[in-house]
Design a protein around this ligand. Structure first.
Ligand SMILES: *Cc1c(COP(=O)(O)O)cnc(C)c1O
Length: 387
């Protein structure tokens, strides 16, 4: 079965007991032991809950892994994966990784003796050069935020395999609909399911999928030990959102392509970052490792003043952090996601004061273009006679 069919037909579509058309929300923390000597599949809900399991099975199948795990947030998922490592281990991590991932590595895991090198993973030579005798994994996010830099996943996997390292990929931006890192040889995929997977800006959640049973076993033990599980109501909401993933990704991506082309020819826009544009450095690489370009793009309008004018004047997108929702979301990296980065460092990485990031939703693309057009337009002061 193809992807969109599997979104709907995956073993969860009919409740075995009642025939209900969606998996029930098993709002229970513990389970009766029918036979003391033969415990059932479930005993306590931190260790397992049928509603959460339905979601975990669903994401495992979609990513092509052996087991999935649902967590209370993307950061809970990512942090639990880092608990695979121990004092003295070294990790290589994409330089422009999600801010929360950077923070937990540099402020929390560093205190526990886990060493990290942040490198530009789009340059495979830098990745190879960063490997030490104690390196255990390469962690990449592709495309990256907010400049959509593309890392060669097959290249990373080749380096990782020849050095016996794990490859971990944050697949939040493209979702398994467009990119399946486990198929390209990665060992673990992580997600902020808060974004495209759930898709409606109404739930915070994280997911992990392991390719092989050995790692899945370890992650399962860590999930149960650390306990940052996703609640049952939110598990159900994520599944509800996931059913329409294909339809949402297709429609939003189509609009993102249209908007990117329109922005690229706009005289007030200095640069557009979208992997779907042939002008983007990662365009061809993205075509080789993913089946689409996604619904997030960034554009530089040259100055803080202009960026603020647009943020103040847009009417359709909400102005906010986050991405991947049915409604468009316009964010300002310099003051939002990357505010804690020193201005010189930000500028050096291209995250200028004029950079805006747009996560394209399901509004009509021409309405979004009209709205951006009026927001970008210079104020024209008409000369009133007599003044
Ligand atoms: C939002 C995000 C995260 C963190 O997820 P939360 O659900 O906010 O904890 C991690 N990675 C990427 C790429 C994200 O966009």
């Amino acid at each position: 079965m193809r992807f969109e069919t599997r979104l709907l037909h995956n073993g969860n579509e009919i409740d075995d007991y009642t025939g209900a058309s969606s998996i029930p929300i098993y709002q229970a923390s513990t389970y009766h032991h029918f036979h003391i000597d033969q415990p059932g599949e479930y005993d306590y809900a931190r260790s397992g809950n049928p509603t959460r399991h339905a979601l975990e099975n669903m994401i495992a199948k979609l990513e092509g892994g052996c087991r999935g795990f649902a967590f209370a947030s993307g950061m809970a998922a990512i942090s639990t994966v880092f608990l695979l490592f121990s004092r003295g281990d070294h990790l290589i991590v994409s330089q422009d990784v999600y801010g929360g991932t950077y923070r937990v590595l540099t402020r929390v895991f560093s205190r526990m003796g886990i060493e990290v090198s942040f490198v530009d993973t789009t340059d495979l030579e830098q990745v190879s050069n960063a490997i030490r005798s104690n390196t255990k994994a390469i962690y990449v996010e592709t495309p990256s935020n907010p400049l959509l830099k593309v890392t060669d996943l097959r290249g990373i996997v080749a380096i990782a395999r020849s050095n016996r390292l794990l490859t971990i990929v944050d697949n939040t931006f493209l979702t398994p609909y467009f990119q399946q890192p486990l198929d390209l040889g990665a060992d673990i995929v992580v997600h902020s399911a808060t974004k495209f997977i759930s898709g409606h800006s109404d739930v915070v959640a994280g997911l992990v999928v392991a390719k092989e049973e050995e790692i899945a076993e370890q992650i399962g033990q860590l999930q149960n030990s650390f306990g940052a599980i996703l609640g049952v109501q939110d598990s159900w909401l994520v599944m509800r959102g996931l059913k329409t993933l294909q339809a949402r990704m297709e429609a939003s991506t189509k609009s993102a392509e249209k908007l990117a082309l329109w922005l690229e020819q706009h005289p007030s826009v200095k640069k557009v970052y979208y992997t779907g544009l042939p002008s983007h450095d990662g365009h061809h690489l993205q075509d080789r490792q993913a089946s689409g370009h996604g619904a997030v793009l960034s554009f530089d309008v040259g100055s803080e003043e202009k960026a603020k004018q647009i943020l103040n004047k847009v009417r359709l997108p909400i102005v906010a952090v986050s991405l991947g929702a049915v409604e468009s979301i316009l964010s300002y990296p310099a003051k939002m996601s990357h505010a804690s980065m020193p201005p010189e460092v930000r500028q050096k990485h291209g995250i200028t004061d004029g950079l805006l990031r747009l996560s394209v939703g399901l509004e009509n693309a021409d309405d979004l273009i009209d709205d951006l057009a009026q927001a970008i337009e210079e104020k024209v002061w008409s000369v009133v006679a007599g003044k």
